[in-house]
Write a protein that binds this ligand. Sequence first.
Ligand code: BGC
Ligand code: BGC
Length: 597
Amino acid sequence: MPPNKQEQAKIAARLISQMSLEEKLGQLTLAENNSISPAQARDYKIGAVLSGGGGNPTPNTPASWRDMVCAYQEAALETRLGIPLLYGSDAVHGHNNLRGAVIFPHNIGLGAARDADLVERIGNATARELLGTSAHWTFAPSVSVPQDLRWGRSYEGYSEDPALVAELGAALVRGLQAGGAAACAKHFIADGAAAWRGTKPEAGAATQGSTAPPQAETPQVDASLGQWQIDQGDAAIDEAALRGQHLPPYQAAVAAGVLTVMASYSSWNGQKLHGHRYLLTDLLKDELGFNGFVVTDWMAIDQLDADYSQCVVQAINAGIDMVMVPYDFARFLRALREAVETGAIPTARLDDAVRRILTVKAALGLFDAPYGAPELLPSIGAPQRRALAREAAGKSCTLLVNRGGLLPLPRALPRLFVAGRAADDIGLQCGGWTISWQGQAGATTSGTTLLQGIHAAVSADTPVEYAPDGHFPGTARAPVGIVTLHEEPYAEGFGDRADLALSAEEIALLQRARARCDQLIVLLISGRPRIITRQLPLMDALIAAWLPGSEGAGIADVLFGAQPFGGRLPYRWPRSMAQITDKTADPLWQYGYGLKT
Ligand code: BGC
Ligand code: BGC
């Protein structure tokens, strides 16, 4: 049993009374695994280390993940006071950087499933997989309330509705923390309200993509795709809208005892969140009573000012407690020390940040069990957790069209045609934040593809023919065909898109499949609604499967009636791009729509 609140406070107070300035500064530092060795983490007395998206050891196995994390922890325990370090990772749909871990549907799918108990069980399972590798912290849940589907992070949000986000976000927090891992509600606040910029990303800006070490070139941004047009942008809304639309998930997360909160790269009416004292301190800490610690996003404080020392001062004084400095932790420590020594950052503020961080470590039981739960290592990716992901994949499927009651399909069919690359591709099923930061097509991890699920579901005498490009050999027709259409994986601003219509290739695939089947089922694998109005006449059935994760068999379960369809739209489905921002127009399908079987 981890210590109770009183004992946690005692542990923190006792340590603070013994800590040198250097030891305190280290606690505020979150460095990235590729940029710091365990010995440096010890020598600089670093408080926390993270794996960014794809920050994996080689080979990427549970055992080497665990060895990597334990090496940092052993080094931390060698310091004078032996304060354990906190290891974090973006386990945003399962322990998704780790090859072989179970990958759950992205949040948009869980928003469609609307099952808080399911989300809580997912949180718990994710925590157990994290602890098996000795990591105690995940940068999840995202409790964004996305208002513009062109945003590349729409799928990270459960819904456009704050009440649903609040309910499911709190459920994930409970599940994760009951399982022994600290949750992190992000990105505070109103990241989902950022507006389309309509300008080309500024040249040379590590301020846009956060992707590159400062000394390296920033990534090439393909402006034709409209990338980085919303992400990290500005929410131009009044305080009533901020509180009404974007605060409820944080209230719910705090009520559920969330241990950490991540600040947003974005701004509110032109002021960056990372320097926003009113929002971070007055609202989150004082008004909501958040007692955990506030962490920054990746290099996000660098965007506050041209002068790095100013960045540090503004952020810490605004209420940031821990700073994610992926690359140059030594520079951060120098700037922080100077700011404390000159009084630019009051000692009381420094001590408050240290107290919050140590209290979270105590709450996780790190002082007694710093290495997590080794006995859980063999259960990573275990069948019972895959069954949970399969349940979630099925429950998230949202049935939008079902002409003549085509679905569910009988298990025995004279012939079944299946088309589309995403029908047999784990990487496409999983989307971004899977093994690598952006995700990628292919057999990137273990699981079951939709096609494998279909093979297992149909009767032994049902011929299933699969043609990824829809070119079925011969001239035979099938009574029923299934075609998958998909978005290529993306994460963050790389997914910002001006146009959500189907591509020319997708339309061609759809038409080819249509020509060979009497009845056609279309299955969308995507991080958001797409514009499909003009193609609707080609479809006898349409399913939004979102980004279902590693267990594609869950989709086969609902297709063939082993489980009912029950998903409901977590976002309204626009008829046209013009309706993306015009919320008064009559959409193709309303929020909450979904057929049952
Ligand atoms: C993202 C966060 C993420 C962090 C660490 C940032 O770029 O905005 O959501 O937790 O990186 O990977
Ligand atoms: C992401 C990290 C990722 C890094 C890659 C960041 O913006 O949040 O998770 O590893 O970029 O350079």
